[in-house]
Design a binder for this molecule. Structure first.
Ligand SMILES: *Cc1c(COP(=O)(O)O)cnc(C)c1O
Length: 365
């Protein structure tokens, strides 16, 4: 099997020691296992800068979307109305979730390279009194833009609404003071910035809002309230992804060894800045401007005189040890390169050398 590193936003490149944790078959009912789950839940609250008196962390089987769907469809209810702020595919997915669940909702679209404007949100909340919940994405992985969830949170809280944030690709890679920013439900998953493997998502919930979710869920398995009730002593309601949980506990430990969020976010910012400056030297331009470019993943335009396809570029790079990502913005021809996971400046330098070789072969340098 060829080994290559993932320059994708999850699953991402994990350490060998995280992967090795999965060599154990663990039973789920005993205190050892339950205490691992409880420890994870406690540490997630620390990463979110919230107290266990005010917040709780609920783990949910499935990928990140399961967590977003769980939070939305367990909290809005029949009498509520959700305002979705969208500037990418993951915002649009929230609309899909609301539609499938038959929830009352309204979606406000923003351009893919613009952050949702808090003033526009305020105006909508002033005129549409039916709205009870507001949701948005923090790091829109579609483009790499980092949305201003703090500014929007102020407006949402001033209006007394419930605030749901999909921080899938940013949580623990960027500091998020969850309580200070007025977030009631924030969602991420095991295979993003904490650098575990895929298999579950987690939702950090303000307790008084979570308690209001009783009986509101439209799905059995994604019922956030029931999952929380069932998990009071660390027991998962249905079969837990044991191997993934063990790997995640190890990933949390390694995150602490690295120096926690401050060190990890500094590494991501460094590798991201290096990637962008080196790619610019090769003639590639970024889709998002510097003011809003996040440190997780970057969307690049193809150059004007481009004479190669994504597939050609992808295969060339993969054969030399790295996997990049196709573009996802709808209006422009782009590709993406992520820099989260076990990726260091040395990897960026290697990638740039591969690009130089590729572009030379194509007569573009
Ligand atoms: C990864 C991601 C998700 C979840 O996607 P899954 O494929 O379900 O894991 C949701 N939102 C954002 C912003 C993401 O980056």
């Amino acid at each position: 099997m060829i080994n290559y590193k993932l320059l994708t936003p999850g699953p991402l490149t994990t350490t060998d020691s995280v992967k090795r944790e999965m060599m154990v078959d663990h039973c789920t009912w005993d205190n050892d296992y339950k205490s691992i789950t409880q420890k994870i839940r406690g540490e997630l609250l620390e990463l979110a800068h919230v107290s266990p008196e005010e917040y709780t962390a609920v783990l949910m089987q499935g990928s990140g979307t399961f967590g977003v769907e769980s939070a939305i469809t367990s909290s809005v209810g029949k009498d509520g109305k959700l305002l979705i702020l969208s500037n990418g595919a993951y915002g649009e997915r929230q609309e899909d979730i609301a539609k499938h669940a038959g929830l009352k909702y309204r979606i406000q679209h923003f351009h893919y390279n613009e952050v949702p404007d808090a003033a526009v949100v305020k105006q909508i909340l002033d005129e549409d009194k039916e709205i009870t919940h507001v949701s948005m994405v923090h790091s829109e992985t579609t483009s790499g833009i980092l949305n201003d969830i703090e500014a929007v949170g102020k407006v949402v809280k001033a209006a007394g609404k419930v605030y749901i944030v999909d921080a899938m690709s940013s949580f623990a890679g960027v500091e998020i003071p969850v309580a200070d920013w007025g977030i009631d439900f924030i969602i991420s998953s095991a295979n993003k910035c904490i650098q575990g493997v895929p298999g579950f998502s987690f939702i950090i919930c303000r307790l008084d809002e979570l308690k209001k979710c009783e009986g509101k869920a439209v799905s059995l398995s994604l019922d956030l309230y029931d999952q929380w009730k069932g998990m009071f002593d660390g027991k998962w309601r249905f079969t837990s992804p044991t191997h993934v949980v063990l790997a995640f506990a190890k990933a949390l430990e390694e995150m602490k060894e690295e120096g926690g969020i401050p060190a990890r976010s500094a590494r991501y910012r460094r590798t991201n800045a290096l990637l962008i400056s080196e790619m610019e030297k090769l003639g590639y331009k970024t889709y998002i401007d510097k003011a809003h470019q996040g440190p997780i993943i970057t969307t690049f335009f193809y150059p004007e005189n481009c004479n190669y396809t994504f597939k050609e570029m992808y295969e060339f790079i993969k054969a030399r040890g790295y996997a990049i990502y196709p573009g996802k913005v709808t209006e422009a021809d782009t590709f993406r390169i992520g820099n989260i996971g076990e990726i260091y400046e040395e990897d960026i330098h290697k990638l740039i050398d591969i690009y130089r070789e590729f572009l030379t072969q194509k007569g573009q340098l």
